[in-house]
Design a protein around this ligand. Structure first.
Ligand code: NAD
Ligand code: DAU
Length: 380
């Protein structure tokens, strides 16, 4: 048997893609998925791999120090990929404490449990191959200026870049960028990044951080822009566009993020940070129009029939104007790049949600919670 890797947050959106990739690609490794099953955790996201012999699910809060410590010992964990978090900016504005608890204290709890497990006397060199890998966000860098509101040709392209793809400013987030978080969510992620680096610098723990841009794809909770709007177009509900819809995000297909995580975990350098992004900037309003056209076409409705669902609403407080990643480091060092053109990725994503309307209905009705709560106990 190979190594044992603990993946936190594996029942969530990105975590489920990472668990699926690792369980399938590394049959000799044991994959232990620790997830508290908050509203965002859904074991149905993992139905296709949950019976594999190299997979184990443990319902546990990452803030539970003794539970995590016992599990690290029992499973002889030598690698941790930490994705568990509260992840939605709007929820962080309504309830910042939950974000500080899970994202800051939860990360610190995992770090301290891992330190004592891997280096019990406090000064031992860490065993070969152990690694704490923290999955973080580009939002820690704050907001970039929109110096080109009409869009210009981007300096960064990949083979998968779409024809006619634009960018909206001169600056990009780099690994050496200053931390300037604006929302309680990004402040909590920034704090957790600092703790991970502090454990590397202070205790010598092999640790890596990656900061990624907006992900999209199957199994994303329909509170985030893309699945929320696909669902609303499907059932003809209003599409609440914050402000003028001019904010820019850099979108990446979730499986490309999972591939980057695999590369960084296995080949990245401990102590380093890697930025991951799609080279794929979109103004929200332009992206929303693509979603309306795609959903209407795939449902056989007259093209753009549902454009009038677009409804401009009050802006998100502290709404960051533009995110755009310079991912040249991971591309040069690890040979990663996005594999899907955005048009393909969006088509694939919309098709997935329309082919899996049962999943969407289960999540939006709350039924997914009843089934797993009956197996694992009620959600905290
Ligand atoms: P998600 O909300 O879909 O999933 C989070 C998972 O963490 C859920 O399964 C939830 O049950 C679990 N969880 C929450 N609190 C927990 C706790 N206290 N103990 C154990 N488990 C807990 O999130 P996501 O979008 O998949 O994001 C995963 C990670 O990637 C997060 O750390 C997020 O900050 C980061 N990230 C997300 C994006 C994005 O676009 N979604 C981009 C960059 C980075
Ligand atoms: O950049 C990475 C981050 O991307 C991750 O760290 C976060 O976990 C993830 O949630 C995401 O954050 P955003 O706030 O960018 O994603 P969200 O889908 O909430 O919003 C995308 C854009 O769409 C943003 O500019 C706000 C806007 N929006 C969002 C919603 C939910 C709307 O206009 N209306 C909406 O109803």
């Amino acid at each position: 048997m190979g190594r044992t890797i603990l993946i936190t947050g594996g029942a969530g959106f990105i975590g489920s893609h990472v668990v699926r990739l690792f369980v399938s690609k590394y049959p000799d490794c044991r994959i232990v998925n620790v997830d508290k099953l908050t509203y965002a955790g859904n074991l149905a996201n993992l139905n296709d791999v949950s019976d594999r012999p190299n997979y184990r699910f443990v319902k546990m809060d990452i803030c539970d120090f003794s539970g995590i410590s016992s599990l690290l010992e029992e499973e002889r964990v030598d690698g941790i990929i930490h994705l568990a978090a509260e992840s939605h900016v709007d929820r962080s504005i309504a309830d910042p404490f939950t974000f500080a608890r899970t994202n800051v204290l939860g990360t610190l709890t995992l770090l301290e449990a891992a330190r004592r497990h891997w280096s019990p006397s406090g000064w031992n060199p860490y065993g070969n191959g152990c690694l704490f890998y923290h999955i973080s966000t580009d939002e820690v860098y704050g907001s970039l200026e929109m110096t080109h509101p009409e869009g210009i040709d981007p300096p960064f392209t990949t083979e998968a870049s779409s024809a006619g793809h634009k960018c909206y400013g001169d600056d990009f987030f780099t690994e050496s960028g200053k931390y300037q978080p604006h929302s309680p969510y990004s402040a909590s992620k920034a704090s957790s990044d600092h703790f991970v680096r502090a454990f590397h610098d202070t205790y010598g723990m092999p640790a890596t951080v990656s900061n990624c841009s907006n992900n999209y794809g199957p199994y994303q909770f329909p509170e985030k822009l893309i699945p929320l709007f696909i669902n609303n177009i499907r059932i003809r509900r209003p599409l609440p566009v914050y402000g003028l819809g001019e904010n820019v995000r850099d979108w990446l297909y979730v499986e490309d993020h999972a591939r980057a995580i695999d590369l960084i975990f296995h080949n990245g350098r401990a102590g380093e940070t890697y930025n991951i992004g799609g080279c794929n900037e979109w103004k929200n309003i332009d992206l929303i129009k693509v979603l309306v056209r795609t959903v209407d076409r795939l449902l056989g409705r007259p093209e753009s029939a549902d454009m009038d669902l677009i409804t401009f609403v009050s802006d998100r407080p502290g709404h960051d104007a533009r995110y755009a990643i310079d991912s040249s480091k991971i591309r040069a060092e690890l040979g990663w790049e996005p594999s899907l053109q955005f048009e393909e990725g969006i088509e694939k994503t919309v098709r997935w949600y329309l082919d899996n309307q049962g999943w969407l209905d289960g999540v939006t009705s709350g039924d997914y919670m009843k089934y797993y709560d009956s197996m694992y106990g009620h959600r905290g």
